[in-house]
Ligand binder design. Structure first.
Ligand SMILES: C[S@@+](CC[C@H](N)C(=O)[O-])C[C@H]1O[C@@H](n2cnc3c(N)ncnc32)[C@H](O)[C@@H]1O
Length: 418
């Protein structure tokens, strides 16, 4: 619960974050760095408040009559979402602010539209309703408002999940064994791990359950050649490397130098020696040519709207537009068209996004299959069964925070059949 002395800090941070230039978590870290007087507990409470406000920004702005007065946004969040009483807040507020806070009580929020109540942009609400129907869209919208717990993957190169649980029980009270991923546990959000020896020694990684499940969908076997086309900082490459028990070879590519450098740092502590990371200029980089037709598995975890990750990255709600979605669609198909060239005969191309939108998922796969008759979609369910993942979502992997309590995620497995 927010200590009221921190209200002004929260208002200052909102002033920096709400232009939505740059990631919210980075701006928050920068603020903490410039305000060394804020202790660990204060930082936790501030983060809770800031993310709570970004999650419900549209609703809170509406209450605020669209006035971007940052302190009032914090007050509205405290009163309407956190249920704090006005008397509790009084000593930190001016007379005018107290009067305004009192007026909040009488606002009739029932008459707000669904996207206002659920704090979603109209364009996205339209797509969700079209795809899921209004009832499920409302439930999905509500699920985006629930903050996610912290998901951990055990690095099975170094220890088992049981060993991890035994060790962690001493310091973390509420540990859940993941329902689907055989390598994961879920712990309370806000648990600080950066100085934990398990993290420093590469025995654990922070990774959402959906991404852990994907690493089993890739179905990489010992000794295989695997390419991770959009590897980012390597979360999925590292997980696959461990599943392959440090055999075979994984080539991880990304256009972002910074992410490839971060991957290198994580790789060092992972204990893996089967992973090679390289920066590429773009999906047509000449480096890739000599590897055409060489891979058993090629993952294209393409850039997307991130609609599946709103619980963790609520600022994404306010960063994308319909036009961005059009541009993303072009890029997604272009990457898939280049990634396919790396797949060998009988090999598999895995297309994935952390999006809930058909336009970025099924529609891209459909277009691809239409133009590439030498690929066919194979059942994700069957792969999951073989890998002892107790989950069934049909031909494609389709996860949502509403149904599986994971980030929203999509994957299709496309086998080369010529
Ligand atoms: C969804 S993220 C990947 C996340 C990553 N697989 C992980 O598990 O952390 C998409 C990545 O694609 C990269 N990217 C964007 N355009 C690309 C391209 N043309 N070729 C390769 N990677 C690209 C971005 O830099 C970003 O890291």
């Amino acid at each position: 619960m927010l200590n009221l002395n921190l209200i002004q800090h929260c208002a200052n941070i909102l002033g920096e974050i709400l232009d939505f230039h740059g990631p919210a978590d980075m701006k928050l870290s920068n603020y903490y760095r410039d305000h060394g007087e804020l202790g660990q507990k204060d930082r936790g409470e501030i983060a809770e408040c800031i993310y709570g406000i970004i999650r419900r920004l549209r609703f809170l702005k509406k209450l605020n009559e669209d006035d971007l007065n940052y302190k009032k946004l914090v007050i509205a969040w405290l009163i309407k979402i956190e249920g704090r009483s006005i008397r509790d807040l009084e000593h930190g507020l001016s007379k005018e602010e107290i009067e305004w806070a009192k007026s909040l009580k009488s606002r009739d929020t029932e008459k707000y539209t669904w996207p206002e109540k659920l704090s979603l942009p109209d364009w996205l609400w339209g797509l969700l309703v079209e795809q899921y129907g209004i009832e499920e869209a409302v439930l999905l919208g509500r699920s985006f408002l629930e903050p996610a717990k912290l998901d951990i993957r055990v690095n099975t190169i170094k220890m088992t999940r049981d060993e991890l649980i035994k060790l962690l029980t001493k310091e973390v009270t509420d540990i859940e064994v993941m329902k689907y991923s055989p390598t994961g546990i879920r712990i309370p959000r806000g648990t600080s791990l950066s100085r934990n020896p398990l993290f420093i020694e590469g025995k654990i990684e922070v990774q959402d359950e959906s991404s852990q499940i994907l690493s089993f969908v890739i179905d990489a076997k010992r000794g295989m050649m695997v390419a991770d086309f959009c590897a980012g900082a390597g979360g999925k490459s590292l997980a696959v490397g461990a599943i392959m028990k440090n055999t075979g070879r994984i080539y991880a590519y990304d256009i972002s130098e910074k992410r490839i450098i971060n991957l290198g740092k994580r790789l060092k502590k992972s204990g893996l020696s089967n992973l090679f990371a390289q920066k590429i200029k773009n999906e047509k980089d000449a480096k890739l040519k000599k590897l055409n037709g060489k891979f058993d598995r090629v993952l294209a975890d393409v850039p997307c709207s991130g609609t599946g990750t709103f619980r963790r990255n609520p600022d994404l709600k306010w960063k994308n537009s319909m036009q961005d979605l059009d541009e993303l669609n072009v890029k997604q198909l272009a990457i898939l068209e280049e990634a396919k060239k790396l797949v060998k005969k009988e090999g598999r191309l895995i297309y994935s996004t952390c999006s809930l939108l058909k336009r970025e998922n099924e529609s891209i796969v459909e277009s691809f299959l239409k133009n590439n008759k030498n690929f066919r979609s194979i059942s994700v369910d069957e792969i999951l069964i073989k890998n002892q993942v107790p989950l069934s979502t049909g031909n494609f992997l389709k996860l949502t925070p509403l149904h599986q309590k994971t980030d929203g995620f999509f994957a299709a497995v496309l086998q080369r059949i010529d």
